[in-house]
Every structure is written in structure tokens, then in C-alpha cells.
Write a protein that binds this ligand. Structure first.
Ligand SMILES: [Zn+2]
Length: 264
């Protein structure tokens, strides 16, 4: 039974690693998705700016046409001025000339403002195009890195699953089933270390008689409170950290594999 408990401990170690890898696998695409959203946001912004630029440029074209017509009109009025006979007629044409010139001045002012606005928008478009290019490059590199990480993690998972299958095959089937069932119900920990009369899974005191039974390590026993399979670590079996500390300090990260390794 001691051997079986050691195997179970190994099994739980592999299961915890698999769980950790699974979380990493799920987190990877999320980070990439956030980057892609950034790219899309800048693309949308650029789209709006380019549309705005087109509108203003079209309006400037129309204004330039009007200005040419006004200029023609002014030239005609100017020519008329030389042909007027009476001073009254001269005054009327002169007024017409002045009003044409005022209109032209106004249009020229508006044109200058439009041109400045267009310059500004063009600068902004160029800046955002550059930003977008950088973001796309970053996103592409991240995509590649994510792919590499995914492949490495998947390889790791495949290796660990193989390890798990081999381990599970060496333990009594009904014990494995029980362990797996408790694991699902108890947040990933199906096995807990008993130490100083306390269950390492739920921190409840174990009945003294059960604790004595555990010390003999001849049978597979469960904690009456959390149902986890409990075992006693003797002087030879250094307890696995994860099996004792996870529930007591839920925020603590799972220690790296080397820290979990059971001395042979
Ligand atoms: Zn317990």
C-alpha cells in the first residue's frame, strides 16, 4: 500500500502540472486576442480619418471651382469698368467689383483653413499608419511566439499524459477512480497529506484512530470531512508540497516541477 500511495502522490503531481499547463494553454490565445483588438481599433480610427480627409479634399475641390468662377466674374466686372459711360454706372459696377473681391477674399480664407486642416489630417493619418505597421509587426511576432509556445506546451501535455497513463496503470483501478472523482469535486486535489493529526486538504483534525491507521499505511483511507484520500508521511517519504499547502494558501502559485519531485 505504501507503494500505491507513493504512486498516487506522483499521479497527483502530474495532474497538478497538467492543470497548470492547461491554464497556460487557455491564457495564451487571450493575450493574442487583446493585441488583435488593438490593431483593429487603430484600423478603424484610420478608416475614419481617411474618410474625413476625402470629404474635406472634395469640399476643397468644389471651393476651388467656385473661386475660379468668382475670379472670372471679377475679371469681367473689371473689364466693364473701363467701358462705363456715366459716373452713376461706374459707381454701380465699382460696387459689384468690390463685392466680388470681398467674396473672393472670404473664399480664399476658407481655402487656407481647409488646406491647414487637410495637412493636419494627413500628418495624423501618416502617424497612425506607422503605428499600425508597428502594431501589426508586433502582433505577427506575438502570433508566431504564441504558436511556438502552444506547440511546446502541447508537447509537454502529451508527454505528461503518457506519464500519467503509465502511473495510473500501476495503481488499483478502483483507487484511481476514487482519486479522480474526489479530484473533480475538490478543485484538483484528490490526495492530501496527514500531518500532526490534521488533514492537509481541509485542515480538519482526523479521528485519532484513523490517524493511527494512516501511520501503518496498510490501507487506502479517506478524510471523513473532505473525502480526500489521506496518507501519512513517514521519515522516508518527504511530503509533496502541493498536496499539503495548496488549499491553505490558494493564492500561492504551484511550485515548479523540480520542487515537487519526490526523492526516489
Ligand atoms: Zn480533509
Amino acid at each position: 500500500m505504501r507503494e500505491e500511495l507513493k504512486l498516487l502522490e506522483e499521479l497527483q503531481r502530474v495532474d497538478l502540472q497538467l492543470q497548470e499547463t492547461d491554464q497556460a494553454l487557455q491564457a495564451l490565445p487571450l493575450r493574442l486576442q487583446a493585441l488583435k483588438s488593438d490593431v483593429e481599433a487603430v484600423e478603424a480610427l484610420l478608416g475614419r480619418e481617411r474618410k474625413q480627409l476625402e470629404d474635406v479634399q472634395r469640399y476643397r475641390g468644389e471651393l476651388e471651382q467656385s473661386l475660379r468662377r468668382d475670379q472670372d466674374q471679377l475679371n469681367k466686372t473689371k473689364a466693364k469698368l473701363t467701358q462705363v459711360k456715366t459716373s452713376r454706372e461706374y459707381m454701380a459696377v465699382q460696387r459689384e467689383f468690390e463685392s466680388s473681391r470681398r467674396l473672393i477674399n472670404e473664399r480664399e480664407g476658407e481655402l487656407a483653413k481647409l488646406t491647414a486642416a487637410i495637412d493636419q489630417t494627413q500628418e495624423s493619418v501618416a502617424r497612425h499608419e506607422q503605428e499600425l505597421e508597428g502594431l501589426r509587426q508586433h502582433c505577427g511576432a506575438e502570433e508566431q511566439a504564441t504558436q511556438t509556445q502552444l506547440e511546446a506546451l502541447e508537447q509537454q501535455v502529451a508527454g505528461r499524459r503518457g506519464e500519467r497513463t503509465a502511473l495510473a496503470a500501476r495503481v488499483n483501478k478502483s483507487v484511481v477512480r476514487k482519486y479522480e472523482q474526489i479530484r473533480r469535486q475538490r478543485g484538483g486535489l484528490g490526495l492530501a497529506l496527514a500531518r500532526e493529526g490534521v488533514c492537509g486538504g481541509c485542515r480538519m483534525h482526523l479521528p485519532p484512530q484513523l490517524y493511527n491507521t494512516l501511520q501503518r499505511a496498510e490501507t487506502i483511507e479517506q478524510c471523513p470531512n473532505c473525502q480526500r484520500i489521506v496518507y501519512f508521511a513517514d521519515q522516508h517519504g518527504a511530503p509533496a508540497v502541493a498536496t499539503t499547502e495548496l488549499e491553505a494558501t490558494p493564492a500561492a502559485p504551484v511550485p515548479p516541477a523540480t520542487a515537487l519531485d519526490h526523492p526516489a
